[in-house]
Design a protein. Structure first.
Length: 640
């Protein structure tokens, strides 16, 4: 079954009710696999199913989360150079490895950067294509031998560290089903019912995974909306949902067109915009909600005045009795948030920023996570580099000492952590010297770390914190520099470990680290925090707010210049332009009460103010649905 679910039409309700209905008909929860894209969505699905039937299938989760859990159990059957204690490397750690591989390659052209390599490798894995086909620019084809050399070094390094990147979670799972005899049958018998949420956001690798998980009974139920496909930059392919009825000829198509969220005014505006796209499954959203306010189109002179107007409007509405959390400010690029933040801080308006430095990316949290990762995966070289650079026990033992230890461990075919902690290593340190004394101390320290408990998670995390005296160590490392904030962050981390244990009493430290590694920006949104929410349009998907502001509705911003100026700037990229329109559509349909659309005459870019023109998308909204103003000298002046 394919359910085309328009914005605000109750898609999550449909998915959860179907799961509950299956269980009520006698289907074992363990036979149901439901996959979506964010922890927030997965958590909501589980909670709703539990309310309906008293229990939820364990296998409700994100694509990456489900694949990680399956690989923990079965990766040993696949010849891929990893075992079940593998670490999941994030973008920063992936680029750390790539920098090392680029350096090892010797003198190379400046065009070969860690970002370029990360994009090419990701495109290659997600699209299951060669590196030659995955390179983003044809001009780079002459550099293909170097790219292939670095990519091969990267994969070898991941295997040595017993680590995977995010794309590997999907790729290795597909390979497991393809290459290991009988594994596909095992999973077909294990999961007889497959449900996929947000199907329009699947990439080629996720599509292949679904096709291989679907058994002969074809109990496949997907929901989605081609009009909300906005992630092509990370490999999503809206054609997957468009071709579902060809992949499954007996599929039933259901359209959910009644919106329960927004006003008719908002929906009519959104429908008027999205119908300009040609690549879609036609539908017409409607609602029985009462008519609401007209949309507001506001023109200011500069982006600083734009932020000023947004701030003043939010404050005025707040004074009328609306909580700060009722307001969301969306923008196309993260760079637009700076002037908004500065204006809000100056005005004393509380806000929460999604997409800034995430909690798990803060230095003190990354340092502490490195300890936990070594405990779980003693081969994690990136975690060791962090420990060697930040912990007193490694003082005087720099990168050269670590490289020597890695070489010795490799020679002994032993994980680095186990090698350092071994009695044989301590015995090899003959004679008294400052270096040997430090290595002996490190060896004992490592042995204690590896012998710490792994379960329950909260007990394990607290034991490691106390063993390292980590909170006190913060003052040694950072002095008074944001010390109180850093302590609060570590304390919050300990609380999160306790909450994870409460929800997953039988889970071990590896499961906790997996959960941490797969947190997305939207998962950090706290709906109870009373602050205005600032986020990109991409992050807004799946959320809703009474009042929505979309800043920078201008040509070159929304739609982005990449869509309006394709190769050589000679023609527009139709696919990208339609995706930009879908992005605008998503932003509008997040609103329950009203939408404010702002644009500027001059935007500050690359060190100077440059003229800016209103977005073509504004012209696609009927004038009868809009109020247009010019913001000048603190006043709103009506304009045609």
């Amino acid at each position: 079954m394919l359910v085309i679910a328009g914005a605000g039409s109750g898609k999550t309700r449909v998915v959860t009710r179907r799961i509950a209905w299956l269980i009520s008909q006698g289907v074992w929860p363990s036979q149901i696999l439901a996959m979506t894209f964010t922890n927030k969505a997965a958590r909501e699905m589980r909670e709703r199913v539990e309310v309906l039937v008293g229990q939820a299938p364990r296998s409700i989760g994100t694509f990456h989360g489900c694949c990680a859990r399956f690989l923990r159990r079965d990766i040993d059957r696949l010849e891929c150079g990893r075992d079940h204690n593998f670490t999941i490397y994030d973008d920063e750690e992936q680029k750390t490895i790539l920098k090392q591989c680029i350096k090892a390659a010797g003198k190379i052209p400046r065009a070969i950067t860690p970002s370029l390599m990360a994009a090419a490798i990701s495109n290659s894995k997600n699209g299951r294509k060669t590196l030659a086909a995955a390179l983003p620019d044809e001009d780079l084809q002459d550099l293909l031998p170097i790219v292939e050399q670095i990519a091969a070094g990267y994969e070898k390094r991941l295997q040595e560290c017993n680590a995977v990147d995010f794309d590997d979670l999907l790729l290795l799972m597909v390979r497991l089903l393809e290459e290991v005899p009988g594994m596909a049958d095992i999973y077909h018998n294990r999961f007889r019912y497959l449900l996929v949420d947000e199907y329009q956001d699947t990439n080629h690798l996720q599509y292949e995974l679904i096709m291989r998980l679907a058994n002969a009974e074809q109990n496949v139920h997907v929901t989605g909306d081609p009009d909300q496909s906005i992630y092509s930059w990370r490999g999503a392919d809206y054609r997957n949902i468009m071709s579902f009825t060809q992949d499954f000829p007996n599929a039933k198509l259901v359209k959910l067109e009644q919106n329960y969220r927004s006003t008719p005014t908002i929906l009519n505006a959104a429908n008027s915009v999205i119908e300009n796209n040609s690549r879609r499954i036609p539908k017409e959203l409607f609602t029985e909600n009462k008519d609401g306010r007209l949309l507001t189109d506001i023109l200011t002179n500069t982006d600083r005045q734009e932020a000023e107007w947004i701030c003043r409007k939010v404050r005025r509405l707040h004074l009328n009795g609306h909580a700060w959390r009722e307001f969301a400010i969306f923008y196309r690029t993260n760079a637009q948030s700076r002037v908004l933040e500065e204006t809000f801080v100056k005005a004393g308006v509380p806000y929460q920023l999604l997409g800034g430095i995430r909690f798990y990316e803060r230095k003190e949290i990354k340092d502490f996570l490195a300890l936990l990762r070594i405990k779980v995966n003693p081969s994690d070289a990136v975690a060791f580099e962090r420990v060697f650079g930040n912990f007193p026990v490694c003082e005087g033992l720099g990168g050269k000492a670590l490289a020597e230890l890695q070489a010795q461990a490799a020679q002994e075919h032993c994980p680095l952590g186990h090698f350092i902690a071994s009695e044989a290593f301590r015995d090899s340190l003959k004679g008294r010297s400052r270096k040997n004394d430090r290595l002996k101390k490190l060896s004992s320290w490592m042995q204690t770390l590896l012998e710490a408990p792994s379960t329950p998670v909260a007990t394990a995390v607290l034991a490691i914190e106390q063993f390292c005296d980590f909170i006190r160590l913060l003052e040694v490392q950072h002095g008074k520099d944001n010390l109180e904030e850093r302590r609060e962050n570590v304390q919050s981390f300990l609380e999160r470990a306790q909450n994870f244990t409460n929800d997953n009493p039988e889970a071990d430290l590896a499961a906790f680290l997996e959960d941490v590694a797969l947190v997305a920006d939207v998962d950090n949104h706290d709906p109870q925090a009373d602050g205005v929410v600032l986020m990109t349009l991409h992050s807004s998907k799946g959320l809703e707010f009474p009042y929505v502001f979309i800043a920078g509705v201008e040509e070159g911003v929304l739609p982005h210049s990449r869509a309006t100026m394709a190769t050589g700037g000679l023609e527009e990229d139709t696919d990208q332009l339609e995706e930009e329109r879908r992005l605008f559509y998503v932003g509008i349909t997040r609103a329950r009460r009203t939408v404010y659309l702002s644009h500027v005459a001059m935007r500050y870019q690359y060190g100077s103010y440059k003229p800016s023109a209103p977005s073509r998308f504004l012209a696609e909204i009927p004038s009868a649905l809009m109020r247009r103003f010019l913001y000048l000298n603190g006043e709103e002046i009506p304009r045609r």
